[in-house]
Design a protein around this ligand. Sequence first.
Ligand SMILES: *Cc1c(COP(=O)(O)O)cnc(C)c1O
Length: 487
Amino acid sequence: MSKQKYLDAAKRAMEWHAEYRKDLRNCRFDTIAVHGLYSMQEALDFNQGSIIEPMYLSTSQAYRDSDEMELALGYQIPTWCYSRIGNPSMYYLEGLLALLEEYHSGFEASCLATSSGMSAIRTATEEFLHPDPQDPKRPRNFVATSQVYGGTYQQFSVRRDAEDKVEWRKVINSNDLAEWESLIDENTRFLYGEMPSNPTLAFFDLEKVAALAHKHGIPMIVDATVASPALMRPLAHGADIVIQSVTKSLCTSGFGVAGAIIAKKNIPCKLDNDALKADFCAYLKMLPARDNGPNLTPQQCILIINDVRTLRMKMDAMSRNTMKVAQFLEQHKGIEKVNYLGLESCPLHTVASKYMFLVDAEHDELYGKPVNRYGHLMSFEVKGGAQATRDVFDAFTRIWRATDLGRIKSVATIPAISTHSQQGEEGRKLAAIPSTLIRLSVGAEHPDDVIRDLDCALGVLDGKPVVHTTPEYSAGGASSALLRNPV
Ligand SMILES: *Cc1c(COP(=O)(O)O)cnc(C)c1O
């Protein structure tokens, strides 16, 4: 077939897809989450009618002839080529996440899925931090909140600041606009903030900070992992690029690790790179990510797509449960302090209430009006020191002791000895992580049962013994053991 015929067919297909996407963008959040970009027409024509998105484990795609191959590898016709660059399952996941982040905002976003949240942060920030080609010795810096996830703290402080000599200028109080501004100079490449932050639930007024970034001609990057697009969509509030550790809220079932970058079109940035500015994620996908290879497997993409379909209802239920648990802990005599954005006693409650809403609550029969929801993540400080904190933690029976969050099951960790152990005492001070802090991510169990577990565990502070019994065999192994040893 001639090249022109391929190009004409590609044009018709792109028009069809654009039309389909336009229609989908008018649907409600749940509809987009359930269907994504996968249509019945595509299923019938290209996927044996399967009602679920394809999962092709193939490394690569075959072409009809050399003309088609050349056009595909030149990115002139729709293609996925090779699974390091793209894959049909990856396409549907990326399309889905872009649609959810841009939801009813009036602008279009695009997405690059990555192998982890950390690789999303690395891939998104790296492009802005390259040395200036005209003046390679010129200093480089970025301004970011000090209250960030422990892995982010390590990436920024060790990999960037110490190893690459790219200065991380830390914002200690992210609600102090003057502090942000005082740290920016002509060598600042971007502003970065995590909100709500893990594990201390720091939060800032994004619209104001994004306006500051734009005044200086640089992009605003926001890690919104804890909220997920069901509760907050930073692109609508001035952010240019959103980071998701897809591992967390987006994949509540806990089937694996993944990340995503979602960006607006035409982002501000001082680099002389038009393609990067025009469509950041498409640029990453076609060039740097192609060369660096931080991609995701098709199996992982399908597992995530499956979880995202029910995102909104899960984030609603988990938020309501967390509120109940936070209220219980707040009045408990063994607790020093509770960090939860939903509590009126929380100093950041007002600013969080400006941004965190259950999407479409006003179109929900149950609510019929905008409803604030503050997510599944909270943390609390136990009275009586580090050992008392460990004793309470060790007494949980229903809440799983695991370094994880966003799970459908309640999970808890002590950040000082886990997520935030590497950054040392001083780093923890900057990030406001005392050794008496327990991070709790509340799941979708009945909240009364989570509260009962906490109440029991806090009993150790009054000297009540907690007796753990451990079975000698797992129940899963029991039947085979019985079969081998018939009585
Ligand atoms: C977990 C987490 C990350 C890192 O994500 P991974 O998928 O574990 O690599 C980044 N940011 C936040 C806020 C997180 O909670």
